[in-house]
Design a binder for this molecule. Structure first.
Ligand SMILES: C[S@@+](CC[C@H](N)C(=O)[O-])C[C@H]1O[C@@H](n2cnc3c(N)ncnc32)[C@H](O)[C@@H]1O
Length: 279
């Protein structure tokens, strides 16, 4: 059994029920659930849009997911390239973009790519790494991700990113929320749980989706992933190694993304605007 499952998720995994798939969190059915829940989340979007300002700029949305930020930024007049490694996420972003006017869509470009090695041979006014993306990677990969951001920024450009801050010492914390989902002719629920362990700088997220079709056949999807927690000093040190200097810091409360979601997530994400210092 995957040791990263905890609480009721561990119990479900141990049951080994029929038609249970262990899948990546941002692919397939779990990817659709994630996009639906996080896609409705706007707690961070306004902060990022305010940083871009009203002058139309060029933006690289690294690990753009379902296009949550990309759609808002092109609608606000910016020209945005979104890159993600997951075809499912890119399809979700394409569907989201399709709900906007054609004129707006012409300012968006979606590309499949690995953000750790990406080199588009062009530079942008802004690079955004949203949705806690940087925290999903290991130490070496985070450095590679930040180097990708640096490689794609114009002189004086800004990197916008968020992370979940911790302070020493802080209590461990677990929680979860459940939302109803409907995909095709299947209906069911999506359960998201987290085990927040600040002293080891890690939070583990478990997700479980159960979908029942009209014949009563049930499909089950389970996933576990962890993300890294940082103190402000630790985050700042990682940025500095790659040549970024923190220009601005803002606390952004994580609010429930829909009326169906009741949760007690840790109270804030921290958003940073970082500028490349001269080499
Ligand atoms: C937590 S989601 C954030 C999505 C989006 N930025 C948002 O704020 O909603 C992380 C995203 O990173 C993508 N991803 C993971 N590894 C990647 C890689 N090496 N290159 C590009 N995208 C990657 C996943 O497919 C997923 O869409």
């Amino acid at each position: 059994m995957n040791e990263k499952f905890f609480g009721s998720f561990r119990t479900i995994a141990a049951l080994e029920l029929p038609r249970t798939s262990m899948t990546p969190p941002f692919e397939g059915v779990l990817g659709e659930c994630y996009s639906a829940v996080v896609g409705a989340d706007a707690h961070d979007l306004q902060w990022a849009l305010d940083r871009l300002g009203s002058y139309p700029g060029t933006v690289l949305d690294l690990c753009c997911g379902g296009g949550r930020f990309l759609t808002e930024a092109v609608s606000a007049g910016h020209t945005v390239t979104g890159v993600d490694i997951s075809q499912d996420m890119l399809h979700a972003a394409t569907r989201r973009m399709a709900s906007t006017d054609l004129g707006i869509q012409s300012r968006a470009r979606l590309l499949a790519g690995d953000a750790l090695t990406l080199d588009l041979e062009e530079t942008f006014d802004y690079v955004i790494l949203g949705g806690l993306t940087i925290t999903l990677f290991g130490t070496e990969e985070r450095a590679a991700l930040l180097r990708t951001a640096a490689r794609h920024l114009k002189p004086g450009g800004q990197l916008l990113l968020d992370y979940s801050p911790v302070e020493d010492p802080q209590e461990d914390h677990t929680g979860h929320f459940t939302v109803p989902v409907a995909i095709g002719d299947q209906r069911g629920f999506y359960d998201v749980g987290w085990s927040w362990r600040p002293n080891v700088r890690q939070s583990v997220t478990n997700t479980y989706c159960e979908l029942v079709d009209r014949h009563g056949v049930t499909d089950r999807y389970l996933s576990a992933f962890s993300f890294k927690l940082f103190t402000g000093a630790e985050m700042s040190a990682e940025l500095q190694v790659v040549g970024f200097e923190i220009a601005q810091v803002s606390d952004v409360d994580q609010k429930p993304s829909s009326p169906d979601v009741v949760h007690d997530l840790p109270p804030l994400n921290l958003w940073l605007a970082a500028e490349l210092t001269a080499a």
